[in-house]
Design a binder for this molecule. Structure first.
Ligand code: GLU
Length: 494
């Protein structure tokens, strides 16, 4: 695609109304990838003019979420840049000035209609089963007349003067040309009575002034896309390349992801919010890989991507505009792949906080030592505590009956523990290589299954029915503790 030879200027423009969610994260990721790929610039613009939905902490949260994912912006709040300010709340006058330009060129008009009038119009249209639209009362007021009324103190808004005949065609990079009959377009509000511009005007002005080359945004903006094209054209601006990403559907594939669905996901240990995913033990690498592939593919089989791979391989032309169901099972899968891809030291660093918040104080050395045996089985980082907490406990607790393998009597199990003790006590040290053959012989001579024997020993040594590989664990726990634990288990069965 020719446009991408240029250094791209792309922006992520969230409204600070809540946490960073998957949709926003994916948009930001694609923006970032294009910027990196072309030696361009990734801009963060905060669209905070909707004071009713504004949440003060949200901006910080958004930035933290992006950072956690590894997505750094080049220009934006706190960082500055040549096209700031980057918060819309600090750009009110700019928008107003551009609205006035549209008035002067005849592409916008002042509107004095009262709420009562508008609601009456709406009622009539509803009754006639017409689409709700502005009835045009103020459309033909002269600018002079309107300015007199403003000077006299009348309240007003500014509306776009949408052409009433002909068609408008806008081009989405993924969907091609989209043509609408101008008859169906409304005279949309650009500036509200409090003087604040709405998205339609503010975003177009900002994208122009910030020299945005590619607008990547959610497909919820498709209905107002023709209006946005018309606004750009009214100013005589060159339009950016427009890309409306696919919609996310519920995991069932039936309908959009809703608040209720999000709550359900949390119950199952998943979430659509980036911060939750962090707390749930997902890795940024796994999340990035997962969201990159929600609506994009490299080919029909490659699935493992690091952020660097994505910078290298991402291509706008392979975006898929069809809605896609959120698949949390895939998130687990990608997370597992990336956990296994971490170095032992890195895994140790990442798991440490999870142990600490569960009340353990593990050293990085010990964590690095257990990292290799954890990797294979760890779906999410938070599960380390459940799987490997026993490495850091002085005393492991379990019930006597946990030691009794299916199909064996208490006495038979006690005997197995005794024999294991006798076998291991003679070892110079507790290594996997020394212990494994001996314990396998024990299985052989006992006449029981490996599952029965190792099941008993696993509980005796780790206190858990499920644990990382037994022999490796024994090596890390050390001879003295292993023998102590066997002895204790033996006593428990007496
Ligand atoms: N503030 C808009 C939103 O959060 C931005 C849309 C866009 O990227 O233009 O949906």
């Amino acid at each position: 695609m020719a446009e991408l030879n240029l250094p791209a200027r792309v922006r992520f423009a969230p409204s600070p109304t809540g946490h960073l969610h998957l949709g926003g994260a994916r948009t930001a990721l694609y923006d970032f990838l294009i910027a990196k790929q072309t030696g361009g610039t990734f801009i963060l613009r905060i669209e905070d003019t909707d004071t009713k939905r504004y949440i003060p902490e949200a901006e910080d949260e958004l930035i933290k979420g992006l950072r956690w994912l590894g997505i750094e912006f080049d220009e934006g709040p706190g960082k500055g840049g040549p096209y700031g300010p980057y918060r819309q709340s600090e750009r009110k006058e700019i928008y107003f000035e551009f609205a006035e330009k549209l008035i002067n060129s005849g592409n916008a008009f002042y509107c004095f209609c009262t709420a009562e009038h508008l609601s009456k119009v709406r009622e009539v249209q509803q009754k006639n089963k017409e689409p709700i639209h502005y009835d045009g009362t103020c459309r033909d007021l002269s600018v002079e007349e309107a300015r007199k009324r403003i000077a006299a103190g009348e309240t007003y808004i500014i509306r776009f003067r949408t052409p009433k005949t002909g068609t408008t065609t806008v081009r989405d990079h993924l969907r091609g040309d989209i043509t609408v009959d101008n008859r169906v377009l409304d005279d949309s509000i650009l500036v509200k009575s409090d003087g604040w511009a709405l998205y339609h005007l503010a975003a177009m002005v900002d994208d122009h002034l910030m020299k945005i080359t590619h607008v990547i945004r959610g497909s919820e903006w498709l209905p107002s896309f023709p209006l946005h094209g018309l606004i750009c054209r009214a100013f005589g601006w060159q339009e950016p390349v427009w890309i409306h990403l696919s919609l996310f559907l519920k995991p069932s594939g039936k309908g959009k992801m809703s608040k209720r669905e999000s709550a359900e996901a949390i119950k199952d240990g998943y979430s659509i919010f980036v911060k939750d995913l962090e707390d749930l033990g997902y890795t940024p690498e796994g999340v990035v890989n997962w969201i990159a592939l929600m609506g994009w593919s490299y080919d029909d089989h490659t699935e493992f991507f690091t952020l660097e791979d994505l910078i290298d391989k991402f291509n706008l032309d392979r975006l898929n505009p069809s809605p896609a169901a959120i698949n949390f099972t895939k998130l687990d899968h990608f997370n597992g792949l990336h956990i296994r891809n971490l170095s032992d030291e890195e895994l140790a660093i990442r798991t440490k906080p999870f142990f600490e918040s569960a009340g353990y104080a593990p050293s990085l050395t010990k964590l690095t030592q257990i990292a290799p045996i954890l990797k294979e089985r760890l779906p999410t980082l938070d599960e380390v505590v459940e799987i490997a907490g026993f490495f850091f406990k002085d005393i492991i607790l379990y019930e006597a009956e946990d030691l009794i393998a299916k199909g064996l009597s208490k006495e038979q199990c006690a005997k197995v523990i005794e024999q294991a003790y006798e076998t291991l006590t003679n070892l110079p040290e507790m290594t996997k290589d020394l212990a494994e053959p001996l314990l396998r012989n024990l299985v052989e001579s006992s006449g029981y299954s490996a599952r029965q024997v190792f099941g008993i020993l696993r509980v005796a040594i780790t206190g858990q029915k499920v644990s990382p590989p037994l022999f490796e664990s024994m090596e890390i726990i050390g001879k003295e503790t292993v023998l102590e634990r066997l002895m204790k288990a033996r006593k428990l069965l007496k």
